[in-house]
Design a binder for this molecule. Structure first.
Ligand SMILES: Cc1ncc(COP(=O)(O)O)c(C=O)c1O
Length: 354
């Protein structure tokens, strides 16, 4: 049965990428060896790493002066690496608190220095993005989470600051056009719009590094990883390879400007139905709705069993909401075809007819 995978991450990847990736596990580029049994220093893999890094720069349209790294430890380790690399000894950072992931980032930053939480949407269960905040000016960097995977909210405007700007883009990188050069540091776990879990993309402006005055353990030091071309230790070869394939898929499709149009059409289809169908209501405030994670619930919980039966029968998977929000969450990342969203919309309409 065809499955429609709405999982929040790890999540859907393009079929052609999965096919190429599985071929490479058996016989990589016709060399009669598996991708995962060759040296990461081999000519073949070094080429993969270089291609992947080049594609990131090209797709994000980064100016000179940025380094691209594929690290490990997930976005969760970046919660610590960001302050290690950007926060001065005795320095202060500023965080926008838009949910569980930013709260975790704040907790790590507090290990290294003072944190000013300049805005939070905790008062309403994180169903909106704070606005009209006053940004502190005495901080080394400002940290935001561009897309809140759990709550289905997304930043449309980024803080304008003279401090460094850091962004956790784990769940919406490569999904919409932004001026990526406004950020000094971007990080994202691969397992949403890029590849399998196991590698983390880091994009960092070289000029901001090496200024903290603190001793940084080698594995946490961006400058160490940059000096070794992202091969200070053995990189996650398979996740990096699959990420490269996905980035190539995106480039062939027309890049971020094209996927953004598709993503808008996909999200529109679902949000229009949530707003139209009296049996459903959205979780996030309308202006802050995410193009990637659509959170909604039934207006009458007694229909839950009937609705769950319908979507299960249609091959829909992964739409159970996060335990802290409840209801449903349809994650509609880059690789999700609009046809699958139509199946979900049909299921919602079928419930209404019943
Ligand atoms: C926005 C955001 N930040 C951080 C993380 C944590 O990522 P990881 O599991 O790669 O550490 C997630 C995971 O879902 C996320 O959605």
């Amino acid at each position: 049965m065809k499955k429609h995978n709405f999982s929040a991450g790890p999540c859907i990847l393009p079929q052609e990428v999965l096919k190429k990736a599985s071929d490479a596990v058996l016989n990589f580029n016709g060399i009669d060896l598996s991708l995962i049994e060759i040296s990461h220093r081999s000519k073949e893999f070094v080429e993969v790493m270089e291609n992947a890094r080049g594609l990131v720069k090209e797709l994000l349209d980064l100016p000179e002066g940025y380094s691209v790294l594929f690290l490990q430890g997930g976005a969760s380790l970046e919660f610590l690496m960001a302050p290690y690399n950007l926060l001065k000894v005795d320095g202060k950072s500023a965080y926008m608190d838009t949910g569980a992931w930013s709260s975790k980032a704040i907790k790590e930053a507090k290990l290294l220095g003072e944190v000013d939480v300049f805005a939070s949407s905790k008062d309403k269960g994180f169903n909106y993005i704070p606005k009209n905040y006053t940004l502190p000016t005495d901080v080394d960097y400002v940290h935001v989470t561009s897309n809140n995977t759990i709550y289905g909210t997304q930043l449309k405007e980024f803080p304008k600051t003279d401090s460094l700007l850091v962004c956790d883009m784990s769940s919406d990188i490569f999904s919409r056009q932004l001026d990526f050069s406004q950020f000094d540091l971007i990080y994202a776990g691969a397992q949403k719009n890029m590849g399998p879990a196991g590698t983390t993309l880091v994009v960092v402006k070289d000029a901001v590094l090496g200024k903290t005055g603190r001793t940084i353990p080698a594995m946490l030091d961006y400058q160490v990883h940059i000096s070794k071309d992202s091969m200070f230790n053995t990189p996650a070869v398979f996740p990096v390879y699959v990420s490269m394939l996905t980035l190539q898929w995106l480039k062939d499709l027309g890049g971020i400007s094209e996927i953004e149009k598709i993503n808008k059409a996909k999200a529109d289809l679902l949000y229009v139905e949530i707003d139209r169908n009296p049996l459903f209501k959205g979780f996030a405030e309308k202006n802050d709705r995410s193009l990637m994670n659509v959170t909604f619930s039934l207006t009458d919980e007694s229909y839950k069993e009937a609705f769950d039966k319908i979507w299960n029968a249609d091959g829909i998977s992964g739409i159970k909401g996060h335990r802290s929000v409840g209801g449903y969450r349809a994650s509609i990342y880059n690789a999700m075809p609009i046809e699958s969203i139509q199946i979900l919309v049909n299921a919602m309409q079928q419930l209404e007819k019943q």
